[in-house]
Design a protein around this ligand. Structure first.
Ligand SMILES: [Zn+2]
Length: 311
């Protein structure tokens, strides 16, 4: 008989967890009601993702454009955006794009194995659920983002790997020529800063890292100038610049290191105001975008860990 006890204990333990779980309100049981603000839904969004952006590398001589942007009154900026406790790219891009922490989407490395994106979908899928006429686009260097998170629910999200300068060229073609579609919600991902960090070191004092970031700053400057032109043409754009993690030495695995577990977060709009004295985290991006577009979804609101940084 004694030998049966471990098995019995095992069964009771899981039975108990099962019961407990049933008592937690299940967001999927909520009516998936969506309301849309008919004026805000016409707005447009650009998100520039820069992989491996260590906050103290944002300096006037390395990133002149972003440095001056950070001092602008119409801009939300923090160098202390909290990244996930798991400081790899997979979990952090997942949190940025779904609005939930990694305990929910369960992505803990770059394999994306066992993810729960069917239950915690990206903000793209909430937008696509509103209207097929809103064009969602994702152009990435690091293709697992499109492979695993965005390509199932977007209008254009190529999955062949391209380098940062091609991401930039395709973004310009999209914004200037509406090729291949007219852009409404655009996510871009640049990866070569992370590559420079792994090869030479994540630090503003490492020349290769600083040079790569300087090039990206010029891309960001040019993209913002294109958005300015579109604003003059009457389009209402918001721009975000986000990152997944910082770095130290040639890695970013130590989640207790502030050079790794903090990164930059920008939001820019010509007239809207942003929360003051608030430090963002990765889950706030999706909530802010849906808020800006006037989309209220009960399912997202129940599940998200983020808040909108718009005031
Ligand atoms: Zn990396």
């Amino acid at each position: 008989m004694k030998k049966l006890f471990p098995a019995l204990t095992f069964f009771i333990f899981f039975f108990h967890i099962g019961c407990k779980k049933d008592q937690v309100p299940d967001c999927d049981d909520y009516a998936n009601s969506t309301s849309v603000d008919s004026l805000k839904i016409k707005r447009k969004v650009l998100i520039i993702g820069i992989d491996g952006f260590r906050s103290d590398a944002m300096q006037v001589d390395i990133t002149p454009f972003m440095h001056s942007l950070s001092l602008n009154n119409n801009v939300y900026f923090t160098p202390a955006n909290s990244v996930e406790g798991d400081t790899y790219s997979g979990p952090n891009w997942s949190s940025l794009l779904t609005g939930v922490h990694y305990d929910k989407h369960t992505v803990t490395d770059n394999s994306f194995e066992g993810n729960t994106f069917d239950r915690y979908p990206s903000f793209f899928s909430y937008i696509e659920g509103i209207s097929k006429n809103i064009n969602t686009i994702s152009i990435v260097n690091w293709t697992p983002i499109n492979d695993h998170i965005l390509s199932s629910c977007s209008d254009f999200s190529p999955t062949e790997p391209i380098n940062d300068s091609l991401v930039f060229e395709k973004a310009k073609d999209l914004l200037i020529n509406s090729n291949p579609v007219s852009p409404d919600v655009v996510f871009l991902h640049f990866d070569e800063l992370d590559v420079a960090g792994h090869n030479y070191g994540f630090s503003p004092s490492v020349q290769e890292y600083a040079n790569t970031l300087n090039t990206l700053d010029s891309y960001v400057n040019e993209l913002f100038n294109l958005i300015e032109t579109k604003r003059v043409d009457g389009e209402d754009w918001i721009c975000f610049i986000v990152s997944d993690h910082g770095g130290e030495g040639t890695g970013h695995g130590d989640s207790s290191n502030p050079n790794i577990n903090k990164t930059i977060f920008f939001a820019e709009h010509p007239i809207l105001s942003f929360r003051k004295n608030y430090t963002s985290n990765q889950t706030d991006l999706s909530a802010s975008i849906l808020d800006f577009l006037g989309i209220t979804n009960s399912n997202f609101d129940c599940k998200t860990d983020g808040i909108s940084i718009l005031e």
